[in-house]
Write a protein that binds this ligand. Sequence first.
Ligand code: AMP
Length: 143
Amino acid sequence: MSVRLLLQRKSGDIVTISPQASLNEAVACLAEHRIGAVMALSAAGQLEGILSERDVVRILAEKGPDILTSPVSSVMTRAVVTCTPDEAIPVIMERMTRGRFRHVPVVEAGKIIGIISIGDVVKHRVEEMERESAELRDYIMTA
Ligand code: AMP
């Protein structure tokens, strides 16, 4: 299955934040939308970085709660690894495993069209395995 098909099955909006927003605002955004990472977009809609809950936990442990008034841009990862909608899910799984991150923004013609999380990938894989085993059961029963 392609990333595009997986995105079509997902519900919900694309959640983004300004790199100038505070970490406090970013934490509220993650909590409100029940997500683990948020993409930081410039006013022009360019992907400037990604901020994950792990970044927040790490900086809190290092600097303490006063850091939460700092901008997202001071903590986010700038070198964001992305994918295109036509790539296959196993390729994205491999990218996540190699890069040790759980979120991959999907970019088409320079525009963000969604984000794939490890949760989406695992859900897809479990469904695929269930389908395969049902097909095998049917095959054995009717053989
Ligand atoms: P995650 O596992 O996605 O919560 O993120 C772990 C670390 O990788 C954090 O420092 C994130 O900022 C960073 N990160 C998350 N997604 C990406 C990505 N697609 N490309 C590069 N870094 C990322």
